[in-house]
Design a protein around this ligand. Sequence first.
Ligand SMILES: [Zn+2]
Length: 246
Amino acid sequence: MLVLLALLPGAPAAGSAQDAALTQQLIIARAAQVYAARLDEHVLDGDARFAARVNAVAATLIARARRDYPDTASWAWEVHTTNDPDQNADCMAGGKILVSQAYVQRLELGDAELAMLLAHEIEHAALHHNLKEYEQALKLAPRWAGRPFMELEHAVDHDSELIDQLAPTNYAQEVEADREGMLLAWRAGWPAAQLADYFKKMYRGSVHPRRSKPDYPSPQLRWQAARELAATLQKNYVQAPTEPLH
Ligand SMILES: [Zn+2]
């Protein structure tokens, strides 16, 4: 909270060095604020069995992430479920996870497929994708530098010119989260082929499975990439590293 007060608009400006104020700490503090507001808007963990299942899968992935990405070890991770059909699943900066039961049920995801979904989202956070997107935005559109963070945050979501400029960054982040997510879940113990099945179900459940967008690869491309990575993992390794988790 202190970080937030010090860095958000309204507080004394830290000189004109807006870039210097754009830190992972700020992104995490802001995400915690937005996450809390989102939790207030939803009925949470209404199905105790589903919530327990999501928590169990998430706990295994989080334990792995804490080892593989040391800065995540100190995060205040949170996992909640909702039945909002408009939600899918996401992990905000700092490890704030929200999973829609409606989405998981619609795709009939088993535990490994659920692990792939969550691992993709966890990677967005572990790889600091939000921070990197904001940094890229300032590079592409320097006019946003030196202005309050909230203006940059709004622009990234609403300024159509900036959104277009950031599309290749977002596309690359999706590809990276798919790849690193599969590797994370595989290191956590799930078989790669079962993880790839998440993308098969997403492909089959998609209205436009072959349609890529400037900021998003098509379900078909994602499934293909997942199949290829799973085949490589199965060919080159007998099993995932089996160091015990603590
Ligand atoms: Zn994603």
